[in-house]
Design a protein around this ligand. Sequence first.
Ligand SMILES: [Zn+2]
Length: 301
Amino acid sequence: MTASRPLAVPVHASVPTPFPPYTLRLPEGEALPLICDSPHSGTMYPDDFGYAVPFELLRGGEDTDVHVLWQALPSVGATLLAAEFPRAYIDPNRDVDDLDADLLDGPWPTPLQPSEKTRLGIGLIWRDAGKNSMPPIYARKLSVAEVQSRIATYHAPYHAAMREQIEAAHARFGAVWHLNLHSMPADSYEGLGIQSDPPLADFVLGDRDGTTAAPEFTAMVAEALKKRGFSVAINDPFKGVALIARLGRPAERRHSLQIEIHRGLYMDEATRARGAGFDALQDALTQVAREIASYVKDQLK
Ligand SMILES: [Zn+2]
């Protein structure tokens, strides 16, 4: 029965900052070196954001509910870290030098290396809500101190928590598997400025063209999804960004894989409300989580 299903995750439009940047759920029962994170599902908007667009536009950047869809992970032995702050405020899936100097009221004290993401307006600090037709998020320049504070209060602790969990697992087991969990808008190709004949897949797995995870791990996750009826693409159009680039080193038995879910499978993108497919998707991902846990267990033998 779905009668008790909430229609939407709670959203908090103006939360006094600072607040704890993430929630960390530890394994229930036997722990596995399976560390998962949802960097973009945060819905607590800091009260010093100072944006100048309608709130709903900012919410378009959220991977709303991803940590809820994958909520069973700790029950299979995995660790699940989820950001509480929204990516439109500061994006934990970007390096700190992937910053647009034009957003700032003064010079940044260290060299910047803006990437393609910054060019698209979705670097460390977003310029607009991710689409060319969108108005700028700010009607002001951001102070250097303000951006430094966002890094120190939210971005840096998130990365420190990830690093701590990954390193502890690797030290204990000699290997670690990381799932970087996201969801993607139905018009992702359009947003990226890419022409594609095939429609966006239900799931897109990203391993930065085979460099951040063993191919057999990526293939195993793809198969677990396909046999439940989902279409799966690899690295098209999302290959994975800062988090998996930093953590994925298969030669050291550190495997990092990005998983993007098509938002049409579980939400109404106009309202962010959960759709009719939410429960079925959550159940399917619980089974997929079990299969991934069992793969990880086998690798440790
Ligand atoms: Zn995301």
